[in-house]
Design a protein around this ligand. Structure first.
Ligand SMILES: CC(C)(COP(=O)(O)OP(=O)(O)OC[C@H]1O[C@@H](n2cnc3c(N)ncnc32)[C@H](O)[C@@H]1OP(=O)(O)O)[C@@H](O)C(=O)NCCC(=O)NCCS
Length: 331
């Protein structure tokens, strides 16, 4: 049986660092409030004029270089984002053009914080059935232009940052490596617990002159509901994956959790009885980068030399939708 392995990984964050103190000059908040509620100390914001696909391009090129591959080696692109360059066409098409590889298939995934894991699962399926040899899976976000930096939006805007991460999945005959297991879930009954209403296509016209004044252009979140469900679902993902793969907690070298809130991940580890050190984190540097958070964290661990051949890594995420998903990898 063929497996998909991560042949290369890369990430990119824009250079501009925005601290909690910087945000407290725009709205009524404080470094202390943000740090204690979320673990975030700073995040990166792109400059005006930069597109999400520009961040993705940097990450994709880094992943290709790490895999010792050229863009022309790619057979397919999967792009996960909630901050697309345009309403349509999909951002994967823009990235494909920037990579200079016309004709290959491109797919956009709108699965919020679980988008990267959903992308891995889809790419893995294509590779395993023998349809494609090299699939680029990207998670990238440019949140900063769509955040409300007034007091009304402060619960959401202090949490998010910009960034991108990418992997090249490659078909391999090595049975003992690669993506071993994926699990995908959603519960659309909670779709409006974290959502943005602005592209409401049921209205004629779907955008009005009031769209800015009513605040519908900004994301809206019921933070407590999201928090509560995230802890339950992410712990469940770990238990399921271990059971399905007949593994024990000690078989997992690291859990790579989505970086939404450090308190969420601490509670998940506690609930499972896992040592906190098994749960990697970098939210303090980047905030929540939605579809980019997992490849950013995975790449950081890889670059730091923390990952060794044969290590089992469990990727878990929860986000808007609600959606939740996991992927178990053998490095
Ligand atoms: C948003 C979140 C950090 C809020 O934390 P919390 O512990 O629920 O907040 P609290 O109930 O302690 O505090 C809410 C108070 O802080 C205020 N507040 C909200 N944002 C604030 C900010 N940035 N700075 C200062 N005060 C803020 C609120 O207005 C509220 O004030 P009130 O009590 O006077 O009405 C938390 O709910 C959360 O992280 N939720 C999950 C978010 C998430 O993960 N989203 C992405 C999913 S992928």
């Amino acid at each position: 049986m063929r497996r998909s392995v991560i042949a290369g990984i890369g990430s990119y964050v824009p250079p501009r660092v925005v601290s909690n103190d910087d945000l407290s000059r725009l709205m009524t908040t404080s470094d202390e409030w943000i740090r204690t509620r979320s673990g975030i100390q700073e995040r990166r914001f792109a400059e005006e004029g930069v597109y999400c696909s520009d961040l993705a391009l940097e990450a994709a090129n880094n992943a290709l270089a790490d895999a010792h591959l050229e863009p022309s080696d790619l057979d397919f692109i999967i792009f996960a984002t909630v901050s697309p360059d345009h309403h349509f066409p999909g951002t994967a098409c823009f990235l494909q053009a920037k990579l200079g590889v016309p004709y290959i298939g491109c797919l956009d995934l709108r699965n919020q914080c679980t988008g990267f894991i959903y992308g891995l699962a889809v790419g893995d399926a294509f590779v395993r059935i023998g349809m494609y040899r090299h699939v680029l899976v990207v998670g990238a976000e440019l949140h900063s232009n769509a955040l409300n930096f007034s007091d009304e939006g402060r619960d959401v805007s202090v949490l998010f940052g910009d960034g991108a991460g990418a992997v090249v999945l490659a078909s391999s005959s090595e049975e003992d490596r690669g993506i071993l297991y994926t699990e995908l879930h959603a519960d659309g009954r909670f779709a409006k617990a974290l959502h943005m209403d602005v592209w409401n296509i049921s209205r004629k016209p779907y955008l009005t002159h009031d769209s800015i004044d009513t605040g519908e252009i900004w994301p809206q979140m019921d933070g407590k509901t999201v928090f509560k469900h995230a802890v339950i679902r992410m712990a469940e993902l770990v238990t399921h994956a271990l059971k399905q793969c007949r593994m024990q907690p000690e078989d997992i070298k690291y859990v790579i959790p989505h970086q939404a809130n450090q308190r969420i991940n601490q509670l998940v580890a506690e609930r499972l009885g896992f040592p906190q050190e098994k749960f990697l984190n970098n939210i303090y540097k980047y905030g929540n980068t939605t579809a980019a958070s997992i490849p950013l964290l995975l790449n950081e661990a890889y670059q730091a030399g923390k990952l060794e051949r044969g290590d089992h890594l469990l990727l878990i995420a929860f986000g808007s939708g609600f959606t939740w998903a996991s992927a178990l990898l053998r490095w």
